[in-house]
Design a protein around this ligand. Structure first.
Ligand SMILES: *Cc1c(COP(=O)(O)O)cnc(C)c1O
Length: 395
């Protein structure tokens, strides 16, 4: 327990973090190599190595590294020529970067509701969102569960739209046996500190298209002509990844399968211990065609839980358990506010969902503690709210 919390700023009191990077493989060795060699900017062997290995891991032909997951989304859309007249379909329930990247191109994000079990974009609703301005769709593999890509791709094909996976939370997730990152025209990843693998800050785009890969590489490096130094035929960006970040990424990628295995095991432990609370909680599940990457283990309060979600999170916080609310749906945020829009599934998940601690340093006894306290507080808060008192699973 004490050992498992090392590096997460935890000492005396029981304190369980949401996320925690694991950096005790070759990370230090590779970073020192950067420092010793002087290759600390965006030129160096680790950048190319990370791109090559990441493309191979995803089963994709090309990978273009960049500064973060948001710039990855922006690069993909810019390379696909998304512009001010365009609309791009984005789930209402996602991290804000997905919608912002569309705005960076001057285009309009058009929101669509989610499917309640996977919490990902509902393909049934896509046709209703398509206009003559629609250029593409960005399904998000939310919390690590892949979106229903075959259905999404077939709608896209019918209407001549591009599809970009936002796989920021889904490194290593499988859709019908194929990896996230190989399921559409392009896919974007984030390596922020709380993601499945991290480079501190960092991002990647995978694609099977050589042309798209080249365009993204040019845009990432200020738009410079690959054949002519200091000649800039287009306006690009400085979205490059540093060799130091890539060095960490290479070391992380060496152990990704182990990280995913641990996450699956912890998810199974949560599942076993929380199943008795099925009356209160909808637990995450895997579709038969999916392997979840469990970036987060997110439970949804059912109607029977007649208490406030934030109050439950507050009580867990006092027990030293860090939790996170599910994202606010995009149409409720000031930049995208729309008082008339209704996305009932996204709204329900956004107001009733709680992500529990999930990272590769979590011990099974931590999962037991979280489940016990969750059970305890569900019982207490139900009693306080005048509901039926239930048998407590905790103390
Ligand atoms: C983390 C995340 C991003 C953005 O990644 P950054 O590296 O933080 O820019 C984009 N989309 C989703 C779904 C994410 O979870």
């Amino acid at each position: 327990m004490v050992r498992s919390m090392k590096g997460c700023g935890m000492t005396r009191k029981k304190s369980i973090a949401m996320a925690c990077p694991v950096l005790d493989g070759n990370e230090k060795k590779y970073v020192l190599e950067c420092l010793d060699s002087g290759w600390i900017s965006s030129i160096g062997r680790f950048v190319e190595l990370f791109e090559r290995e990441f493309a191979r891991y995803c089963g994709s032909n090309h990978a273009v590294s960049c500064s973060n997951g948001t710039s990855a989304l922006h690069l993909a859309l810019a390379a696909l020529d998304v512009g001010p007249e365009d609309e791009v379909i984005v789930p209402a329930l996602t991290y804000v970067a997905t919608a912002n990247a569309v705005r960076y191109c001057g285009a309009k994000p058009v929101f669509v509701d989610s499917e309640p079990r996977t919490m990902t974009l509902d393909p049934q609703l896509l046709e209703g969102c398509i206009t003559r301005r629609t250029r593409g769709i960005i399904p998000v593999h939310l919390f690590g569960h892949p979106a229903d890509m075959d259905s999404i791709n077939s709608v896209a094909r019918r209407h001549g739209l591009f599809v970009v996976e936002d796989a920021a939370e889904a490194h290593g997730a499988l859709y019908r046996g194929r990896k996230a990152g190989s399921l559409a025209d392009a896919a974007t990843f984030s390596f922020y500190g709380n993601k499945i693998i991290t480079t501190g800050e960092g991002g990647m785009i995978t694609t099977s298209s050589a042309e798209l890969s080249e365009r993204m590489t040019i845009l990432r490096g200020q738009g410079v002509d690959p054949q002519r130094r200091y000649w800039f035929p287009v306006i690009g960006y400085n979205y490059r990844m540093t060799n130091i970040a890539a060095a960490i990424g290479v070391a992380q990628l060496e152990r990704i399968d182990r990280f995913l295995e641990l996450r699956l095991r912890l998810a199974a432990a949560y599942h076993a211990r929380l199943s008795p609370l099925g009356e209160f909680l909808q637990l995450p599940s895997e579709q038969p065609w999916a392997r979840h990457a469990y970036w987060s283990y997110t439970v949804i309060l059912r109607d029977a839980a007649c208490f406030d979600r934030d109050e439950l999170m507050d009580r867990l916080g006092r027990d030293g358990i860090e939790t996170r609310p599910v994202f606010y749906p995009m149409h409720t945020l000031p930049p995208y506010f729309d008082n008339h829009a209704r996305f009932p599934v996204a709204e329900n998940l956004g107001s009733r969902g709680i992500s529990l601690p999930m990272h590769a340093l979590l011990a099974e006894e931590d999962v037991t503690y979280v489940a016990d306290r969750l059970g305890y507080w569900c019982g207490q808060l139900t009693a306080l709210s005048g509901g039926t008192f239930v048998a407590l699973t905790g103390r």
